[in-house]
Design a protein around this ligand. Sequence first.
Ligand SMILES: NC(=O)c1ccc[n+]([C@@H]2O[C@H](COP(=O)([O-])OP(=O)(O)OC[C@H]3O[C@@H](n4cnc5c(N)ncnc54)[C@H](OP(=O)(O)O)[C@@H]3O)[C@@H](O)[C@H]2O)c1
Length: 277
Amino acid sequence: MHGKTIVITGATSGIGEVAAIHLAQQGARIVFTARDKARADVTMAKLRAANAAAAHAVHMGDLSLLADMKRLAGEIGQEPRIDVLINNAGALFYARRETRDGLERTFALNHMSYFVITNLLLPKLKRDARIVSTSSGAHRRAKLDFSDLQSCRGYSGLPVYSKSKLCNILFTRELARRLAGTGITANCLHPGFVATRFGDQSGGIGSLLVRAAKPIAGISPEEGARTILYLASSPEVANVNGEYFYECKVAGPTAEARNDADAKKLWDVSAQLAGLG
Ligand SMILES: NC(=O)c1ccc[n+]([C@@H]2O[C@H](COP(=O)([O-])OP(=O)(O)OC[C@H]3O[C@@H](n4cnc5c(N)ncnc54)[C@H](OP(=O)(O)O)[C@@H]3O)[C@@H](O)[C@H]2O)c1
């Protein structure tokens, strides 16, 4: 990865931070986003320790807000080239809240940030670039109801999170279709159930359950980051496009996640919501 520039969201914690540090150790320069200055400083110190020769960079913003997604993409878009884009920031919320854009916040953060950042950075991705998006096996519980994308009816944290992770796979599918023949690839992954900070701030009883389950059933962030690293750097997947991976292997997502009509529709609706033509 020597000399490569890797953009990653959600690198201040968990599997994103581990992936960023490993890629820096392999020689990459890391450009990451953060919303908390203190956590950004800690991650930056780790990246410098991993690869002091590279001028790693951080851009601050809240990825649940359309204005911040666009500003961050504009700032990162000043990079002369981007070799790998890793969409990874995400969260689960047990209470429904809308962002100032009128979007349900899980949908905004987990899906719209991937959509907006990727679309606005596409001009900087050249032949051989890779787009890697962190989805989840939680998508298996989800169906997409276009009449209630913002989950106004009967909100429940886990189903809404699962729906956003289904969106990640549908987004990757349509993106891969659009990228066919360009030499740029787009793939997504399930990292496994990983003992990160994930769920700690989700609120409610669900948060307590996730916290309790992590030490028992969770894999380490090192293990959880393996498939991200594989998709970002392995020559084995240089020409693989539009797939969903688990444990560094192509896995079969649900029929809902393989619905091309839904993938196209989600793309069009997302472009409209984001005000991207
Ligand atoms: N852990 C699991 O079991 C699991 C399973 C399947 C999929 N995933 C997915 O893996 C990805 C990474 O999660 P993780 O397990 O590593 O969790 P994590 O430790 O909580 O890390 C989440 C990252 O996203 C960032 N983030 C959250 N909300 C943000 C916002 N509004 N604006 C900007 N950045 C924001 C966090 O920043 P802060 O440091 O500021 O909080 C952090 O860097 C997520 O997409 C998650 O859905 C996780």
